[in-house]
Ligand binder design. Structure first.
Ligand SMILES: Cc1cc2nc3c(=O)[nH]c(=O)nc-3n(C[C@H](O)[C@H](O)[C@H](O)COP(=O)(O)OP(=O)(O)OC[C@H]3O[C@@H](n4cnc5c(N)ncnc54)[C@H](O)[C@@H]3O)c2cc1C
Length: 446
């Protein structure tokens, strides 16, 4: 008899993983703690409940990385995309759904599947044997989180994300910014020039502080404790504590010489640090923030050099349980120290409903393949699903790892040698390349 696959958590990732494995002929048990044990965000006992917005974001599979992820999941017989389509609401180019009908439909389809059993109850310890996927999400229950922490070490499981905005390197104006590490630290030239630096005059700094203080902020939600602030203050809170605080914190100008104007000492400097191995993404160092998204783009574009910046993701601070996946997981999403356990969904350090479901799709297929005696390699890095798994299991900088949305900055660059194409054409080239590679990856499995 084929061995069972156990999945902990019937959210976005767990539901998709269960469907994929069952469709491959593997019996699945989904362990879901709701409604017996709740979270501060979920409202129902349904599987695949959307906890906040009712949108799966852009459905443009030609020029948008999330839309491409939709396409790949549809091509792979994804349950969540099929149910989203069935309960779609008019929303321009976005894939918005009737959330209750959507979750009810996913629940009904899984419960009706002859190979799926849903077992209510909280899992409180790491399983010793069998085949498991843990997909317990950003609000993983406390007891299980403690068990994971005991296995991985305290510094490898985070309970909050504090995301500084991430910028596409190519959109930084290097006639204003320059590359240099503070005090030229490092053994190699690469290390000595590891940061992008954006200089500010006194007038620019004062205007920036005024804009920060005036910007609209989001409030903390229930369950998001302010105690967190001791470790990682949002920049606007630092600015509220004193107009000079940032100049003595993340914006200090010391140890840096403006390569474009060496005689003039900048009044303040904003630093950007490389965020992935490809060098296509840079995060703004120390700039975690609770400013609303619209305000962030306006305020950050006041930084000289970032006036035309495009953001791969904006900043935020949220309650979020996630692993340091680059150090803990292998490229089959298995916990290196206990390879019979896989992780999937937001707990692996991806962010968003769609990204979580995509990681569930992969984990479900990989676990089922293993049970059936096959090995399933991840999709190539130039697909959206492949770019995400490559990022979380190795492409990201482990030391500064923070949750990531899918975006074209995670893809191997397409235009390295050829002439510059317009951004829209380039995105189309990325999605064309991805569709071909993903179709081949699927064909190789049949
Ligand atoms: C407050 C909040 C708002 C958000 N808003 C958005 C948004 O608007 N858009 C967006 O794209 N993303 C949003 N997210 C992120 C969103 O949660 C994830 O994108 C997505 O739901 C993650 O999917 P998942 O399957 O990893 O986790 P979930 O969908 O949360 O599923 C995890 C499941 O595991 C269960 N579980 C947890 N612990 C145990 C246990 N020990 N035993 C058994 N079951 C367990 C939970 O009950 C839950 O059903 C938000 C997150 C939070 C916390």
């Amino acid at each position: 008899m084929t061995q069972e696959l156990h999945i902990v958590g019937g959210g976005m990732a767990g539901s998709e993983a269960a469907w994929q494995a069952a469709e491959m002929g593997v019996p699945v048990v989904v362990h879901e703690m709701r409604p017996h044990v709740g979270t501060f965000a979920h409202q129902t006992g349904n599987l695949a409940e959307m906890v906040c917005s009712n949108s799966f974001r852009s459905d443009d599979d030609e020029r948008n990385a999330v839309g491409l992820l939709h396409w790949e999941m549809r091509a792979a017989n994804g349950l969540l995309m099929a149910m989203a389509e069935a309960h779609r609401l008019p929303a321009g180019g976005a894939l918005a759904v009737d959330r209750e009908a959507f979750a009810a439909a996913v629940t009904a389809r899984l419960r009706a599947h002859p190979l799926v059993r849903v077992e209510p109850g909280e899992i409180t310890a790491l399983p010793e044997d069998g085949h498991w996927i843990i997909a317990t999400g950003p609000l993983t229950s406390g007891t299980l989180a403690e068990a994971i922490r005991a296995e991985t070490g305290a510094e490898s499981l985070a309970f909050f994300d504090a995301i500084a905005p991430i910028v596409y390197a190519e959109s930084v104006d290097m006639s204003v910014a320059w590359m240099q590490s503070r005090y030229d630290k490092g053994e190699t030239v690469e290390e000595q020039t590891a940061y992008m630096n954006c200089p500010m005059t006194k007038a620019q700094y004062e205007a920036f502080i005024d804009a920060l203080l005036a910007a609209e902020k989001t409030e903390f939600r229930e369950g998001e404790t302010a105690g967190y602030f001791d470790g990682c203050l949002p920049i606007e809170v630092m600015a509220e504590r004193g107009r000079e605080t940032l100049r003595f914190g993340p914006m200090k100008p010391v140890g840096l010489t403006n390569a474009h104007d060496p005689q003039v000492k900048p009044y303040a400097v904003v630093q950007l640090r490389r965020d992935n191995k490809l060098g296509t993404l840079y995060n703004i160092v120390g700039f975690q923030t609770k400013m609303k998204y619209g305000a962030q783009t306006t305020v950050f574009k006041m930084i000289p050099g970032l006036q035309d910046a495009s953001f791969a993701r904006l900043g935020g601070i949220h309650r979020n349980t996630f692993l340091n996946s680059p150090t803990l997981l292998d490229d089959r999403m298995r916990l290196r120290s206990r390879p019979h356990i896989r992780f999937a969904g937001q707990v692996t350090g991806v962010e968003g409903y769609v990204e979580s479901a995509a990681m569930g799709l992969l984990a479900g297929r990989m676990a089922a393949a293993e049970i059936l005696g096959r090995d399933l390699p991840p999709p190539p890095a130039d697909t959206a699903t492949g770019a995400l798994i490559t990022h979380i299991t190795g492409g990201a900088e482990a030391k500064t790892f923070q949750p990531m949305n899918v975006n074209f900055g995670l893809f191997p660059p397409i235009d390295a040698k050829g002439g510059r194409r317009g951004r829209k054409d380039r995105y189309k080239a990325y999605t064309d390349r991805a569709k071909e590679a993903f179709s081949q990856w699927l064909a190789d499995q049949s």
